[in-house]
Design a protein around this ligand. Structure first.
Ligand code: FES
Ligand code: FES
Length: 149
């Protein structure tokens, strides 16, 4: 049994403590905005926030995050209203297939919360996510616009 607090709601889940957080979110809670890419901590598709930090959820077990506040991509837009980052993504048509972007948006949200005026090096370090469609230039452009606001 694990108690997870996700997007402000507590859930008691009948799952093993060593279950990756990614699968607790997707399979037990139905929060499928968090994506499975590599399952090995390499791509960032599964990024969420735990205690305000960006975490790749395939790499952490639920037992390690029990009791800590967890935010998923769904938690950025309560009521379905896009947050500033999601709106910037919409305005600039950043996505192509879109699969990688929930993780990228979570990484960018973590970056801008900690560092509203990131340098190119800051962006590269904080958003190492892989996009197979190659939307990197549009991602960078949207982050730079957000940083200038
Ligand atoms: S699915 Fe977690 S880093 Fe790729
Ligand atoms: S938009 Fe397709 S993988 Fe990134």
């Amino acid at each position: 049994m694990a108690r997870l607090t996700v997007n402000g709601q507590a859930h008691d889940l009948a799952i093993d403590d060593d279950t990756p957080l990614l699968w607790a979110l997707r399979d037990a809670l139905g929060l499928t905005g968090t994506k499975y890419g590599c399952g090995r901590g390499l791509c960032g598709a599964c990024a969420v926030h735990v205690d305000g930090e960006v975490v790749w959820s395939c790499t952490v077990a639920v037992g390690a995050v029990a009791g800590k506040p967890i935010v998923t991509i769904e938690g950025l837009s309560p009521g379905g209203v896009p947050d500033a980052i999601q709106q910037a993504w919409i305005d600039d048509s950043v996505v192509q297939c879109g699969y990688c972007h929930p993780g990228i948006v979570m990484a960018v949200a973590g970056l801008l919360a900690a560092n509203p005026r990131p340098t190119d090096a800051d962006i590269a370090a904080a958003v190492p996510n892989i996009c197979r469609c190659g939307t990197y230039p549009r991602i960078r452009c949207a982050i730079e616009k957000l940083a200038k606001r």
